[in-house]
Design a protein around this ligand. Structure first.
Ligand code: BCO
Length: 565
């Protein structure tokens, strides 16, 4: 067994074992903080070694399929080889250095895994983003992060070219495509010719590793910066109890590669345990394809937002008894007890809920095998200590509504974000006494189960997407019909919440057909920003409710939507 840092031995019996009862005998625990950690060298290369020594079964490390019948199966050895080549492409061909930033805007293609691991090997900070983004979203991200590199596909390359002159820090554009494009480096051919010899950096656990953009109530998305500790957290005994993966497991996480849920569920969690990552390209979400895939492949665990399970239940009337499926996990938005029960009834498999944010990763959950309390998100997962707190950071009594707080003093736990990059004001705003204030409201019961109640601000959670109203209002403001708008959450039977825009029209548009105008405004938002944010409901109003100082009272509009006024 290779000794990787400060006496830490990744014991194979533990890594392969389903029962974690022996974890306490290890020399490290949930609260240890190794000085150095690197997911590529400490985890991926470890499994490559196990594979070479015949100590891991024949399942691939990555198993990728699409609707055209294409299939990619890479072993850990191949992943090590290819990701070392990727690291060499970044450092040697592109001239990127440790600490540089790479915007990573790819759909579910196998290269995504090479890029992320290649970045970790070379110490390049990767910044995942959804391919739903439009030029403006990308421009903002490149400018605010001062990214030196971007990697994307044919679809978004023209958008990037249209804004590149406004991004002076950007020196490298990498394309994942079967075609070449002027001014872009062809990643697929560079990988083939790159050397497979690369020495992984010795990253400190608290060195920066990734940046996730996260929406807030006001302004543009903030940059939640994470250290290598995010990947280390997947290693910790308590976190391993969540999925209890083993080498024979095949985990399918159905999250867009732009979100932290994908980085955890499609990468750190499964490979920490030497399991197989299963990926379907899934360019468009289709519950039927998900059902067929779960029948066709030996997928043992599935992780997806509640909306995915909900849409399958609502749209597929036929059998959901999947041959290999043993365990299902969900997170990203609230799960209703009725949905959890219906999933169990129709599939025979229990659906376990986890909770987290881009700032926190998975912070609490109902661990596999633990008693499920329908409607609860489970218990705090060490080293996170979750408490329900008031506005001053005081811990509230049990069963009392308050904010979900994660203790950061005296020690910030491994896996919690480092800060909002270049934004000390926002970073300070979320510190509340000894806690990080998530802004989510909940209660905690006598057994430590946490019961989600909602947000304490105007953020909309629509089918697992966190949407800041200002981003949608800014997009609407660009349309000549919009004099003013207020965007709030509104109830919906499928997505639970959807974006609703209250719009005051400019005089020239007052006589226009309102249905047509609604469609035009929806299309407009889809064309200027990531389409998942578009207002699925629109209401034209003569004026918006405002405070005496002229601030729009979004909460009043929201309460009306939910029948609370
Ligand atoms: O519904 P519409 O058809 O009117 O519009 C949809 C799309 O058709 C459309 N669209 C997508 N790409 C487009 C486009 N339009 C124009 N150009 C494009 N390039 O825009 C709308 C997008 O909405 P959607 O993404 O909600 O669509 P869909 O297909 O209904 O997907 C359903 C879900 C459930 C698969 C999707 O909503 C989803 O993936 N939700 C989960 C999000 C998630 O993973 N959240 C986790 C975040 S991380 C976290 O919470 C921390 C946990 C530790």
């Amino acid at each position: 067994i290779r000794k990787s840092y400060h006496g830490f031995h990744p014991a194979p019996w533990y890594l392969c074992c389903r029962s974690l009862s022996g974890a306490g005998t290890l020399r490290w625990n949930d609260y240890d903080r190794p000085k150095e950690f690197n997911f590529a060298s400490d985890v991926l290369d470890y499994w490559t070694q196990m594979e070479q020594e015949g100590k891991r079964g024949p399942n691939p490390a990555l198993w990728w399929v699409n609707n055209q019948g294409d299939e990619v199966k890479w072993s850990f050895r191949e992943m090590t080889d290819l990701s070392r080549r990727a690291a060499n492409v970044f450092t040697q061909t592109c001239g990127l250095q440790q600490g540089d930033r790479l915007a990573l805007i790819l759909p579910r293609v196998p290269e995504w895994w090479l890029v992320v691991i290649g970045c970790i090997r070379a110490g390049i900070i990767f910044m995942p983003g959804t391919t739903q983004m439009k030029a403006k979203d990308i421009l903002y991200r490149l400018q605010v992060s001062k990214a030196q590199g971007i990697m994307t596909t044919d679809t978004l390359a023209p958008e990037v070219d249209s804004l590149v002159s406004e991004c002076p820090a950007l020196k490298t554009k990498l394309l994942v495509s079967d075609h070449s494009r002027h001014g872009w480096l062809d990643f697929r051919s560079l990988i083939k010719s790159a050397s497979p010899d690369h020495t992984c950096i010795k990253s400190k656990t608290l060195d920066p590793m990734a940046i996730f953009f996260t929406s807030g109530t006001t302004g543009f998305p903030k940059m939640a910066k994470h250290s290598h500790g995010l990947a280390l957290r997947s290693f910790l005994p308590s976190c391993r109890k969540c999925l209890q993966l083993k080498t024979s497991d095949v985990l399918w996480s159905i999250s867009d590669p732009g979100w932290i849920l994908a980085v955890l569920g499609c990468l750190f969690e499964p490979w920490t345990s030497g399991s197989t990552i299963f990926i379907h390209h899934l360019p468009q979400f289709d519950p039927k394809v998900i059902q067929e895939t779960l029948f066709k492949y030996p997928i043992t665990q599935c992780l997806a937002a509640p909306a995915v399970y909900r849409m399958i239940l609502q749209q597929i009337p036929t059998s959901l008894r999947f041959p290999a499926l043993e365990h299902c996990i969900t997170g990203g938005e609230a799960l209703l007890p009725e949905e959890q029960e219906e999933w169990r009834r129709r599939t025979g498999v229990l659906l376990y809920e986890v909770y987290g944010q881009s700032e926190t990763g998975i912070s609490c959950g109902t661990l596999r095998g633990m008693k499920i309390k329908p409607g609860s998100m489970g218990i705090s997962i060490p080293p996170f200590d979750i408490q329900i707190i008031d506005e001053k950071g005081n811990i509230l009594p049990l069963n009392t509504e308050g904010n979900i707080g994660i203790r950061i003093k005296p020690t910030k736990p491994i896996g919690l974000f480092m800060c909002y990059e270049d934004n000390p004001v926002k970073t300070a705003e979320v510190e509340c006494g000894d806690f990080y204030n998530t802004g989510d409201r909940a209660t905690m019961d006598e057994e430590g189960y946490i019961w989600f109640l909602g947000r304490n601000d105007d953020i909309i959670n629509s089918s697992g997407y966190r949407i800041g109203p200002a981003e949608v209002e800014n997009a609407l403001a660009e349309h000549p019909a919009v004099a003013e708008s207020a965007v709030v959450s509104s109830p919906d039977p499928i997505r639970k919440e959807v974006v609703k825009a209250f719009i005051v029209l400019t005089p020239e548009f007052l006589s226009h057909d309102q249905d047509q105008l609604t469609q035009e405004l929806q299309q407009h938002v889809k064309s200027v920003t990531a389409p998942y944010k578009y207002p699925r409901k629109v209401e034209f109003v003569p004026e918006l409710p405002k405070t005496i100082t002229g601030k729009i009272k979004r909460s009043e509009l929201r309460k009306k939507e939910f029948g609370q006024l």
